[in-house]
Design a protein around this ligand. Structure first.
Ligand code: F3S
Length: 399
């Protein structure tokens, strides 16, 4: 890979240890993927924030970088392992909280915005069309590429952090036009009603499109929350982190519709629900906000739960960014949800919090949430926001 004089100087350690280490990571990555050069990125989103996943070795690595390194571009964080303020209320241990706070301190010393959300685009880390960024969270990467028309590969935590210290990333993969062409035409011949149908669609597409870039026809309209849910699901279950939807997403009209065609019908959506939903009735954990809730979703939750009570022995978590929660505070939604017994889980989510063994059965609107909760040994149910809130109140899933 060709380096400029300034990049070579960074690699030689002229800007300190963190920048040198970062350049080493970027050069190795660039060579593996045969990048010709580095390109500037306008923002970074770093995953690998939960102490649950990092452990002591990860914490030590971050602390060593934080000693002398400051990030060069706007950098935000993926969810951490706990709500940074209300961790006690969510049942997190003192010991875990202490370690998680050390991780956050290290990121803060690097100059990173401690935002801890998988929806950075809802809180001001919003790249424009055509901008190159280096993001890690798969749902956000897909949203950036497909919905915003920005350009990013699916970075690992270390490579994203390296891009933040250098302000650049190797130019390969989805940064290049030739790798952004759709491979498969997907005809949608089913109606998408509730939010979770978009998760089911992502599941069906991921299974059928097998690591290809879909060009989707047959969808007439899409809301931001639906696309957010779909981005999370489709990449979790198998497609590349980019898709086009005719008449809806950027660049769709400039693409040639691929010859290879598949169809998604009612039976595929049903099959997705059948596979995601376990055969259970009792629910003890409801978590909505995967990806993190928008203010519109929180408003819906508040409307649905007003004058009701979460059943004893059941927990309802509303996962969102702290910034969106502050809006919810101002609008009174927080009070309504908390008065009903619901809890906000800011800065964190059901996949990265240490939840293994705490709950038996999850209800959620998110196909991705179900995928990760099964790894935490939970049974899962996916359905509409209304059904999830009903489950919070009754402790039962209404089939
Ligand atoms: Fe976000 Fe966690 Fe879901 S990172 S997309 S809420 S699994």
């Amino acid at each position: 890979m060709e380096l400029t004089t300034q990049e070579q100087a960074m690699l030689n350690g002229e800007e300190g240890y963190a920048v040198r280490k970062s350049m080493e990571i970027l050069v190795v990555l660039g060579e593996i993927f045969e990048a010709k050069n580095l390109i500037d990125v306008s923002s970074v989103q770093v995953a690998g924030v939960s102490y649950h996943n990092l452990g002591d070795a990860g914490l030590e690595f971050l602390a060593s970088l934080a000693k002398d390194g400051k990030t060069k571009v706007l950098t935000t964080l993926n969810p951490a392992g706990m709500d940074l303020e209300n961790w006690r209320q969510l049942g997190i241990s003192e010991e875990f909280a202490k370690k998680q706070n050390l991780v956050i301190d290290a990121f803060q010393r690097m100059g990173i915005l401690v935002s801890c959300t998988c929806t950075p685009y809802l809180i001001g880390n919003l790249p424009l069309y055509g901008e190159h960024v280096a993001w890690s969270e798969s749902s956000a990467v897909t949203f950036a590429n497909a919905v915003l028309g920005a350009r990013t590969n699916r970075e690992g935590g270390p490579s994203a952090l390296a891009a933040a210290f250098v302000g650049k990333t190797p130019c390969y993969g989805l940064h290049l036009n030739e790798n952004r062409a759709p491979d498969i035409h997907v005809k949608i011949e089913t109606k998408l009603g509730q939010l979770s149908d978009w998760g089911a669609l992502g599941y069906a597409l991921g299974k059928k499109a097998e690591n290809k870039i879909p060009y989707i026809t047959g969808i007439k309209t899409a809301q931001l929350d639906e696309l957010k849910n779909f981005c999370a699901s489709t990449v979790t279950y198998g497609t590349k982190p980019l898709f086009y939807i005719k008449n809806i997403t950027p660049d769709a009209e400039q693409q040639t519709i691929p010859k290879e065609t598949i169809t998604i019908e009612d039976c595929d959506i049903k099959n997705a629900y059948d596979n995601i939903n376990d055969n259970i009735d009792d629910i003890d954990f409801i978590c909505v906000g995967c990806p993190h809730c928008s203010i519109k979703e929180i408003q819906e939750i508040a409307d649905l739960i007003q004058n009701k009570k979460v059943k004893q022995g059941v927990e309802l978590w509303v996962a969102t960014s702290r910034t969106v929660k502050q809006l919810a505070d101002k609008r009174g939604y927080t009070t309504t949800i908390e008065n009903a017994g619901g809890k906000f889980a800011c800065d964190t989510c059901m996949a990265v919090a240490p939840l293994k063994g705490r709950f038996n059965a999850l209800a959620t609107t998110s196909a991705k949430g179900c995928f990760y909760s099964r790894q935490n040994l939970m049974k899962t149910k996916m359905g509409s926001m209304k059904k999830c809130i009903e489950a919070a109140v009754s402790g039962k899933w209404n089939n």
